[in-house]
Structures are given as C-alpha cells and as structure tokens.
Design a binder for this molecule. Structure first.
Ligand code: FMN
Length: 347
C-alpha cells in the first residue's frame, strides 16, 4: 500500500456508485493482495463469492430481497419501492460476499472470522487507492433462509457481510472518531527499561491507535477499547508472550447484547486491528497478533476488568525484532467462487 496512513484516514464508506463497470480481474487481484497483507498466528479458513455479471447480480438480488418481500412491511410498501431496492442491488457494479468457514472450536471460528473481516478491510483500503468505493453491508433485512441457501452457507460458517463495490463521483463526508485516549486503560508498571525509539511507549501506541480508529464501524458505535499491559510481572501473568519484556495491547470489543450487532462490532474491531498492524509495519517496532486460549476463560478476563459481555478480539504483542514477525508465513489461501450461486427451488 502506497500511503497507509492517508488511505486509512481518507477511506469512506460509499453508498452511491457511478455506472462505470468494475473488471473482475481488478477484484480478484485486490482480494489476493489483501489476503497477503493479513498477518496473524493460525491458519484461517474463509471463502468468498463474487457477483459481477448481470445474471449473478440478479440471482443475488433475489436472495437479498427474500425477507423484505415476505415481510409485512412489503405489503405496506408500494411495489415500486421494492423494485427500486432490487434495482439498486442489480445496478451495483460488483458484490463480494465473505464467509468465515466452520471451525471445530469457538477459537478456530474466531480465527476464521477475524481473518475474513481483516481481509475485507484490506480490500477496502487497497480498493480506495484505486478509486473504488465500497459499502460493507450486513443489514438484518437481507438475512433469510433463501439468501443463506444461495450462498451455500453451512453449519457453523459465519456470513461476514457483502462488500458492495463501484467507482464513485462524490466522496461522502467523514464522521469524527473519539480519541483513543478516552478508551485506554493501563495494567502493570512501566518497568525500568531504557527509553528507546525501537521500543513502543504508550504515547507511540496511542499515536497509531488514533489513526487506526478511522476503521469502518456500523452505526458509528466505535465498539472498541484498549488495555495496555506493561511491566514484566503483569505480562507474565497473562502467560501468552514468549518474551515477558514486551508490552501487550488487548483490543476489546465493548458490551453489546444484540447478537447481530455483536458480530458487526467484532468485525469493526478487526478492521481497527488491521489498520493498526499496517500502520506499525512502517514503524520501528513489530506487532504480533494472537487469539490465545485464555481469552475464552471468563475468570481471567474478569480479573483484567472485562465486563460480562466484553470480548478480547486480539492480543497484540508490541515490539521485538522483525525476524520474529509473521511476515515470512504464507498468506491465507484465497478461495473465490465466481458468479455462481447454489441453485434453489421455490421455498
Ligand atoms: C461490520 C460492518 C457492518 C456494516 N454494515 C453496514 C450496513 O449494513 N449498512 C450501512 O449502510 N453501512 C454499514 N457499515 C458501514 C458503516 O456504516 C460505516 O463504516 C460508518 O458509518 C463509518 O463511515 P466510514 O466507513 O465512511 O468511516 C458497516 C460497517 C461494518 C464494519
């Protein structure tokens, strides 16, 4: 990415596209590049479906509209309105549907979901640099049996959202973000390490976070907060770091009772983490991203001050030398189905 900081800050969700077509090759190469940008421990499994031809967009629209059509709302809406909604879907130049594949454990499911959401953010950023605008769409009104059937959603798979993609004429206005300092807590002592530009300090971490918060997030809920763990004793207690000298940043999704919003919030936090990792890459210190087993232990999370419905989305190990970063590992494989949906009969 050419201008990481500027792109993260300037990217906007675009909801109105121009008629200019988007080439399939552009989308496929964006996806591959975005998968290559993703760095974390573990091997994520994910897949996506591309709808770019008129026929596939038509089929997708049918799936996305099934719930609206079957609802009481549709009886009140003039037919013209539902036609308009359908037209909007069909006229969007490209749709990419993202799915985290099934995992045996909750942790493996989270690894898959975190990867797919981070890659979606990568696609949005890389696309923005090429003049492509996107909307991450998760509206509950599109969730229906027919839709799930069309995308072939299997048990334990998680549908992460659709990226609606196109070129655009007008950049929407930005909406302000809350400074990261307001969502920041520290655990542990600073320790007696000498000041060193190659080592993270709370100030340098906050500086990156204040750029990373320009992540997309549904309803502008800004559903994140940060726990900075410093000092060897506190870090050792978490038992996650090989090197107990390095500070940790726990990135937390705030409390949300609604399951649909909970998923969206987890996704938004993944976007923020992806931003943070990309920003840190050009800096003097490294970031290693984990989802350790202990984040699923309620008592340990409680001891860190987490509220009952809060969740640690990732533990970031800050610092260390570049030879230990995940950059040498293989990027997650890209599995893309082009313009094909599962054929379904009438329900
Ligand atoms: C997981 C997720 C789901 C979203 N779902 C929707 C959606 O269904 N409809 C919508 O209009 N915007 C959706 N958005 C986009 C947000 O509304 C948008 O990111 C927010 O308004 C901030 O604007 P910005 O992306 O231009 O910074 C979603 C964003 C994320 C990360």
């Amino acid at each position: 990415m050419e201008n990481v900081s500027g792109t993260i800050r300037e990217r906007r969700t675009v909801r109105r596209f121009s008629d200019m077509p988007v080439e399939q090759e552009v989308i496929v190469s964006l996806l591959k590049e975005a998968a290559g940008l993703y760095e974390a421990e573990g091997t994520p499994l994910w897949r996506c479906i591309y709808a770019g031809t008129p026929e596939s967009r038509d089929e997708l629209a049918e799936g996305m509209m099934a719930k609206v059509k079957g609802s009481n709302l549709a009886k009140l809406l003039p037919a013209k309105m539902t036609d308009l909604l359908k037209k909007q879907i069909i006229n969007t130049p490209a749709h990419l549907i993202f799915i985290a594949e099934a995992g045996e454990t909750e942790r493996q499911q989270d690894i898959n979901y975190a990867a797919v959401c981070s890659i979606m953010q990568g696609v949005q950023l890389l696309g923005w640099e090429q003049g492509l605008g996107m909307l991450w769409y998760t509206d509950p009104m599109m969730h229906s049996e027919l839709f799930y059937q069309k995308i072939g959603l299997r048990e334990k798979e998680r549908f992460a959202g659709i990226l609606e993609i196109g070129y655009f004429d007008k950049i929407p206005k930005a909406r302000k973000r809350t400074p990261a300092e307001r969502n920041w807590t520290t655990i542990g002592e600073g320790g007696s390490l000498p000041a060193d530009s190659a080592r993270p300090t709370p100030q340098s971490v906050l500086k990156l976070l204040n750029e990373a918060v320009w992540a997309p997030n549904d309803g502008m809920r800004e559903p994140w907060r940060f726990i900075y763990v410093t000092g060897s004793e506190a870090v050792r207690q978490l038992g996650s770091a090989e090197n107990a000298v390095l500070p940790l940043l726990l990135v937390v999704a705030k409390e949300e009772a609604d399951p649909h919003k909970q998923q969206e919030d987890y996704a938004a936090v993944c976007c923020l983490i992806q931003n943070f990792q990309l920003l840190a890459k050009s800096g003097p210190w490294q970031v290693r991203r984990h989802i350790p087993e202990w984040v699923y232990e309620r008592e340990r999370c409680k001891a860190l001050g987490l509220r009952p419905l809060e969740r640690i989305v990732a533990v970031l190990e800050l610092g260390g030398d570049s030879s230990r970063s995940e950059s040498g590992s293989l990027p997650p494989a890209v599995r893309i189905e082009l313009n094909t949906f599962v054929k379904t009969g009438p329900l």
